[in-house]
Design a protein. Structure first.
Length: 225
C-alpha cells in the first residue's frame, strides 16, 4: 500500500484529506506542526508522496521541503493560502512537484496526486527468493524444488514488499515499524526479529547462515535478493 504524509495545521482540512485518501486506498500519516514534521523527516522521505501546507507552527512548509530535498526526491504537493505567483514560483524552485492554492478542489487534488503516482505495474504478482516464489496476491510461497506451498500473513507480505523495495539497503527498525504498524501501534523490535526468523526458516537453506535476510546489529535489517 502506498503512503502519503500530510503536514497541515488546520485540523478540518487534514482530517478531510486523510479520510478521502484512505478511501483512495492510500495509507496516510499526518503531522499538524512543522517542527514535528522536521523531527520525523524519515517518515516524510520514506513516503510515496508528501502534501505540505506553507503556514505552519515552528517550521514552514518551504523549510520542510528544503530539508526533504537535501536527501530525497519524494513527490511533494504544496497546498497554501499563499497563492501569489511569487509564492508558487518559490515553492516550485524549492523542488515542489505541484502547488495548489487554498481553497482547492478535492477532485482536482486527487487527480494531481494520481498523476504524480501512476499505477504501479501489476503484470507479475510474484517475487522470487532463492528457489521459492512468493505470490503477493494469494500470499502463497511455492518451492520450485519440492512443489510445496506455504501461506504467509498479510503483514509478512507487506514486510517482504518493503524489503524488495529497499533491496540491498539497510532498513531501520523504526522505518519498518512506522511503515507497517503506523504511529498508533507500538510493537517491539523483537516482533520484527520474529518475522526475520520466520523468513529464514522458509527461504534460507541454512537459517543460521542467511544469504537473503541479514540483521545489522544496532541498526536494522538488509535483504539481499
Amino acid at each position: 500500500m502506498r503512503r502519503i504524509t500530510i503536514v497541515e495545521d488546520e485540523l478540518s482540512i487534514a482530517e478531510m484529506l486523510r479520510l478521502n485518501l484512505e478511501l483512495e486506498s492510500f495509507e496516510v500519516s499526518v503531522f499538524h506542526n512543522g517542527g514535528e514534521a522536521i523531527r520525523n523527516l524519515e517518515t516524510l522521505t520514506s513516503s510515496d508522496l508528501v502534501i505540505l501546507d506553507v503556514m505552519l507552527p515552528e517550521k514552514t512548509g518551504f523549510e520542510i521541503l528544503t530539508e526533504i530535498r537535501k536527501i530525497s526526491q519524494v513527490p511533494a504537493i504544496i497546498l497554501s493560502a499563499k497563492g501569489s505567483t511569487h509564492d508558487r514560483i518559490h515553492g516550485l524552485k524549492l523542488g515542489a512537484n505541484d502547488y495548489l492554492p487554498k481553497p482547492f478542489d478535492l477532485e482536482e487534488l486527487l487527480l494531481r496526486i494520481h498523476n504524480l503516482l501512476p499505477d504501479k505495474e501489476t503484470k507479475n504478482p510474484n517475487m522470487s527468493i532463492g528457489s521459492k516464489t512468493v505470490n503477493i496476491e494469494t500470499f502463497e510461497v511455492t518451492s520450485l524444488e519440492s512443489n510445496t506451498v506455504e501461506e504467509l500473513s498479510k503483514r509478512e507480505i507487506e514486510l517482504l514488499q518493503l524489503f524488495f523495495e529497499k533491496s540491498g539497503q539497510v532498513v531501520s527498525r523504526d522505518e519498518i515499524l512506522d511503515r507497517l504498524w503506523g504511529k498508533d501501534v507500538f510493537p517491539t523490535s523483537r516482533t520484527i526479529d520474529n518475522y526475520i526468523l520466520a523468513f529464514r526458516k522458509i527461504f534460507e537453506k541454512d537459517p543460521k547462515n542467511p544469504v537473503f535476510f541479514h540483521s545489522i546489529r544496532g541498526v536494522g535489517y538488509k535483504f539481499t535478493p
